[in-house]
Design a protein around this ligand. Structure first.
Ligand SMILES: [Zn+2]
Length: 449
């Protein structure tokens, strides 16, 4: 502020002028995020984009744009919104079913200094891969497929903005899977999420902001799940299953998920695809080795009595590329590759009862029929074998998506907050303009001496 005291009237006018220009630029950007983006208003339009860079350009989807205020800020650890009576009531209703277990470590997964008993009293998967709860009444995890020679096929961390090539590939193979979507990603890329439903995939949730769940308080863990299953506004469906980020779950978190009607799904094989580009020294050869080990085990007959489940990711083009590379080998090694619900004979995968899936036997029968049809020229007209829905929840409406990575998603959230600020009175805008002008002036030296 001392610089302002030294400035002349002309300097003040320059500052204000800069502020007005800056405000206009920001207002223009804000406006561009509140108007439907031409050619990107329906699932089919969005699915038709083939350029990954174009796919990942933010777009505005009105239903999400209108619903943003009913959700926590995207990519931030969720908490129950103070005015959300339904969430508060639901949380209160499950309190008695939550075991008295203290949170562990940090949301970033730092468990240093944690004095956790060796006998694993909380059935903490991160500690021991425990999946059979020790607390009474808590449902066990699902981590394999009960059907022989069957692979539970699914992908975490989506929807990814550039997934059209991958989803096109799965569709070309008449293959469906379970997509474990992050709530914040759905808010950013709602039409991509809606495509999964339309393509016949099963949607489960993967938390709101992708943190270590056992580190969170009961209320925060509840909110992370509650709001991630509330994205029906984008997908038209309410999931009944979830996978904990990093597999970090214990009986307390399992009980909270169960209270929300969510089955907890883990995995038996980790492709380690997520480590490429993140963990120094991890190469494609390492990822390939993990995929190959499961293929080899299948060929050795390890799943002749009970099937298995793989962890893979819709994280980026690399992980989706690995999935496409190994799909033919998986197809050869297993008799059946199925979404988790079908492998579990769950025919109503969502709260919405009008949406049904075939049971395992029906699915296999449909697949066999498709295998025959694929040898004919009419095969391309065959529908996906996964869903016989009486209703396909069209993407509801919306959105103001941004990019699928955390940084860009935070930009979206920032834009939303900025829009709120700019919706104020002219006097407020004047102050904002002046402050912006001052900041600009400081950067270019108008007020420096
Ligand atoms: Zn994840």
């Amino acid at each position: 502020m001392s610089a302002l005291k030294l400035g002349s009237r002309s300097r003040l006018r320059a500052i204000l002028a800069l502020g007005v220009v800056s405000l206009a630029a920001v207002q223009a950007q804000s406006d561009s995020l509140s108007v439907a983006t031409p050619g990107r208003t329906t699932v089919d339009e969005e699915a038709s984009i083939k350029d990954p860079n174009q796919e990942c350009e933010p777009y505005y989807y009105e239903p999400i744009g209108k619903a943003l205020a009913s959700f926590p800020p995207i990519w931030e650890t969720a908490s129950i919104l103070p005015e959300d009576g339904n969430a508060l009531a639901k949380f209160a209703s499950i309190q008695a079913s939550i075991p008295d277990i203290a949170p562990k470590g940090t949301p970033e997964g730092n468990f240093d200094g944690l004095n956790y008993p060796a006998d694993d009293p909380d059935c903490w998967w991160t500690n021991s891969k425990c999946g059979t709860p020790k607390a009474p009444g808590v449902p066990a995890d699902i981590s394999i497929m009960p059907e022989p020679r069957t692979l539970g096929y699914g992908f975490d961390d989506g929807p990814n903005c550039s997934h059209n090539a991958f989803y096109d590939y799965l569709a070309s193979q008449k293959q469906t899977a379970t997509m474990f979507y992050i709530g914040s990603n759905v808010m950013d890329w709602p039409l991509e999420a809606a495509r999964a439903v339309k393509d016949g995939h099963e949607i489960c949730v993967h938390s709101w902001s992708h943190h270590y769940m056992t580190a969170l308080t009961n209320e925060v863990a509840f909110a992370e799940l509650y709001y991630s299953v509330s994205v029906k506004v984008a997908t038209g469906v309410t999931p009944t299953c979830w996978r904990p980020p990093f597999g970090d779950v214990d009986d307390r978190i399992r009980a909270i998920a169960a209270g929300l009607g969510l089955r907890t799904i883990l995995w038996a094989y980790d492709s380690q695809d997520w480590q490429y580009g993140v963990t120094p020294g991890i190469t494609t050869a390492d990822v390939d080795k993990e995929y190959q080990s499961m293929v080899d085990d299948a060929k050795k007959g390890m799943f002749n009595n009970v099937g298995t489940m793989i962890l893979a990711h819709e994280l980026d083009d690399y992980t989706m590329g690995e999935a496409m590379k190994f799909y033919p080998m998986l197809k050869e090694a297993f008799d059946h590759i199925v979404p988790v619900a079908i492998g579990m004979n769950i025919t109503q995968p969502y709260v919405e009862s009008e949406i049904v899936m075939p049971n395992f036997a029906q699915y296999i029968s449909l697949n066999k029929q498709l295998a025959v049809n694929l040898t004919t020229s009419s095969a391309s007209s065959q529908p996906s074998p996964t869903l016989t829905r009486s209703v396909v929840g069209p993407a509801s409406t919306t959105t103001a998506p941004v990019n699928n990575d955390a940084a860009n998603n935070k930009k979206t959230a920032d834009a939303s907050r900025l829009s709120w600020v700019l919706s104020g009175t002219g006097g407020v805008k004047f102050v904002v303009a002046f402050l912006l002008g001052f900041l600009c002036a400081a950067r270019i030296g108008v007020v420096s001496q």
